[in-house]
Structure formats: structure tokens, C-alpha cells
Design a protein around this ligand. Structure first.
Ligand code: SF4
Length: 400
């Protein structure tokens, strides 16, 4: 990211910071934080039984379930599902999990075109290069309106002014045309309830509703998204909204508990009314079952990034793939390996602890990083200069 992008990102972050700081002192938000902490701790500690319950609830609701041990397994499952569809366009909504499995690149190398339906994600997609997101819910927060207008004009052959509404309308029209005939929609999920077998998806733009109306709706979710009940899932989505956007609630919260159906004619059950004929949830492990439990408490609000001094200085260079900042660095060890963790910025962290202080779940990211440094150093991944200092101390009793 260049200097201008970092500055624009900081301005966008400050806007969210001032909005959410007004909300997070409310007693209701404090209560929600404590409730969600308990929910996540319980869910991570009781994963096996909750997973079993979720699978049987999905089965009862007519949702197909798949389990992917690795990113490669998830892609193979998706490609297998796509075999039944011939119009090679997929409508996609925002999902860090899909970023984790390199979904777009994999689909493109299999001749499928993926259309981002979220405005920020679509702008990055139209940008074509240097287009990694900078925040889990505000992916294009680093681009100013002049840059955005240029991207839209160049990629869509338009001549619009740098006016937010004009940009939004042009992109919306382009997305709607591109996904009109798509048969497949794909998304992540913010939370999944075991008892009801329901997926909760939050959004402001209404795009997830479009994605979920395609013939096949694939939901790819980390195994850490499972919580006991629908009330728990909604609490989690509400808290994420407060810290991700600074608003108390999003415009939309879709609860998907099965394929489309009706019983309006003599109470006989008929499948396939307006929504998806088939809903498939792919649970992704990809290192999560090996991860420290605290890593899995995260609800993906991005508040740690907004407050991180390193992230505010260097941007998405600090992090791994779509998992940004210190928590992303920590996850990279489990998703990939020690080397990736080292290269994702293991030693960029100042260990200041502002991430933990500002995390609604109190994920101890700085502690995780400190411990990962120990294990990474044992495997030979540490800054070269540390080796020089160590040798000097051995030889000269001094670091110099
Ligand atoms: S670590 Fe905490 S602050 Fe950061 S994204 Fe996760 S829940 Fe939000």
C-alpha cells in the first residue's frame, strides 16, 4: 500500500472508531460483549458435540453438509457441486473464508467467472492489481473517491464524476447485469446455530439476498462459526456489527435454514419457490482444530486493526491473506506453517496489546504472537539481526 492509501485507510478507520466508541460504552453493548464471550468460549470448548448437533439439524432442514479438512478439499467439493451447472458465472458475497481458500483464483483457473456483489469487494475486483482488502468489512477503505472513480471509468468504460452516488449506481447496474443469469451463489456465514441448523448472514447492501436466490447456494464457513442457538448466533452478529461498522444493527440479517419451500396449497409441502433449490454448507477446518482456542474466539469485527499502530502504519502487509493484522499472523501458523507466520509479520508486532484492549472478545493476540515467536525461533524463523546479536553475545558478552 502506498502513503496515500494508508492515509485514506486511517481516515476511514477514524470514522468507524468515533462511531463505535459512542456505542461501545452503552450498557447494552457491554452486556452483549460479556454474553458473546461466554458463547464463543463455550462453543470452542464444546465443538465436537455442537458439530454433531449442527449436522443433524441441517439434515432435518434439508441442507447438505460437507466437511473440508483443507482449502484444497473445499475447492474440490465446490468444483464437484458446480458440475451440475452450465452457466459459468458465480455470484459471490463478502467472505474471509473464501479469501482463505483462494476461491476466486481457483474458480478462474477452472473457467468460472466470479462476480463480487459487495460494492467494496467489486471495486477491488475491478482494480485488478494491488487489490487486497484492508479490513474484513470495509475492504476498500484505503481508496479515495478519485481513485475509485478512475477504477470504475477505466474498467467499465464509463465517464462518471467522482460522486459517491454515481459510482454506486454504475457498479450496481454492472453487478446486476453480470449476475442476472448466474445459477450459483456463494457466501460465508457470520454464525451458525447448532440447535436450529440455521446460518446467520449479515449485510447492509441486500446483496446476500441476491446470492441466496440462485438455484444453488453454497455457504463456506469455518468450523469456528458454530454456536449453540439462533439467539447466540444473532447476538454474535449484532456485536460484530457494532465493532465493524459503528452501527447498532445492519440493514439485513438473513437466517437461512434450508432450501426454498412453500406449503400454501392445501398445506402440501412444495420445494423450490423463489430461493435456492439446494443449500450446501461446507465446513472448513484448514488448521482451526490445531489452533489455540483463543484464536477461534474471534468474530471478525476488525476492531483490533483499527487500533493497531503497526497496521495503521503499514496496512495489509501486516497479516496473512484475508486475515489481517496480528490475529491474521497468528492464524497463518495454523492455516499454513511457521514460515508463512514469520513472513506474515510475526516480528512486526510491537506487542503493545492495544488489539487485546480493544477486542470485544479480549482475544489475547499479543500473547499469542509472543508465544508464536518462541516456537518459530526454535524452527529457525527469526530476524537475521537477532542471530547476529545472539552470536555477538556468545563471543563478546555484548550485543555489539
Ligand atoms: S481479534 Fe477481536 S477485535 Fe480483532 S477481529 Fe477478532 S474479535 Fe474483532
Amino acid at each position: 500500500m502506498n502513503k496515500d492509501e494508508i492515509e485514506t485507510m486511517r481516515k476511514s478507520f477514524n470514522t468507524v472508531k468515533s462511531r463505535s466508541s459512542k456505542l461501545n460504552e452503552f450498557s447494552k453493548v457491554k452486556y452483549l460483549e460479556e454474553r458473546v464471550k461466554d458463547i464463543k468460549k463455550f462453543s470452542v470448548d464444546n465443538f465436537d458435540s455442537l458439530f454433531e448437533e449442527t449436522c443433524s439439524s441441517f439434515d432435518r432442514n434439508g441442507i447438505d453438509v460437507e466437511f473440508a479438512e483443507t482449502a484444497g478439499d473445499a475447492i474440490a467439493i465446490i468444483l464437484d457441486l458446480l458440475k451440475d451447472y452450465d452457466y459459468k458465472v458465480i455470484a459471490k458475497s463478502k467472505s474471509n473464508t473464501l479469501g482463505e481458500i483462494n476461491f476466486k483464483d481457483e474458480m478462474s483457473s477452472n473457467s468460472w467467472e466470479v462476480i463480487e456483489t459487495d460494492l467494496g469487494d467489486r471495486l477491488l475486483q475491478l482494480k485488478k492489481f494491488d487489490n487486497n482488502p484492508v479490513h474484513p468489512t470495509g475492504p476498500a477503505s484505503h481508496l479515495n473517491i478519485l481513485q475509485i472513480a478512475d477504477i470504475v471509468n477505466d474498467s467499465l468504460d464509463k465517464d462518471i464524476d467522482p460522486v459517491a452516488r454515481e459510482i454506486m449506481e454504475v457498479v450496481r447496474e454492472d453487478v446486476l447485469i453480470n449476475i442476472k443469469n448466474a445459477q450459483v451463489g456463494i457466501s460465508g456465514a457470520n454464525a451458525i446455530s447448532a440447535e436450529e441448523g440455521s446460518c446467520v448472514l449479515v449485510h447492509n447492501e441486500g446483496n446476500i439476498s441476491l446470492v441466496s436466490l440462485k438455484e444453488l447456494h453454497i455457504i463456506v464457513a469455518g468450523i469456528d462459526k458454530i454456536v449453540p442457538t439462533l439467539e447466540d448466533a444473532i447476538s454474535l452478529a449484532k456485536l460484530e456489527t457494532v465493532y465493524a461498522t459503528g452501527n447498532y444493527v445492519t440493514s439485513y440479517m438473513n437466517v437461512i435454514s434450508g432450501p426454498s419451500k412453500t406449503a400454501d396449497i392445501e398445506k402440501k409441502l412444495l420445494k423450490n419457490m423463489y430461493g435456492a433449490r439446494k443449500v450446501v454448507v461446507i465446513f472448513l477446518d484448514n488448521g482451526r482444530s490445531k489452533a489455540k482456542k483463543e484464536c477461534l474466539w474471534c468474530i471478525g469485527c476488525g476492531n483490533c486493526l483499527i487500533h493497531c499502530p503497526v497496521y495503521n502504519a503499514v496496512g495489509n502487509e501486516f497479516g496473512f491473506n484475508n486475515y489481517l493484522g496480528g490475529r491474521g499472523v497468528a492464524m497463518s501458523k495454523y492455516i499454513e506453517d511457521d514460515e508463512t507466520c514469520f513472513n506474515s509479520g510475526l516480528y512486526m508486532c510491537t506487542l503493545c496489546g492495544l488489539c487485546t484492549l480493544n477486542c470485544p472478545l479480549a482475544v489475547p493476540t499479543n500473547e499469542l504472537i509472543e508465544n508464536l515467536r518462541k516456537s518459530s525461533a526454535e524452527k529457525g524463523f527469526y530476524p537475521k539481526i537477532h542471530g547476529v546479536i545472539k552470536d555477538n553475545i556468545g563471543k563478546n558478552n555484548s550485543p555489539y
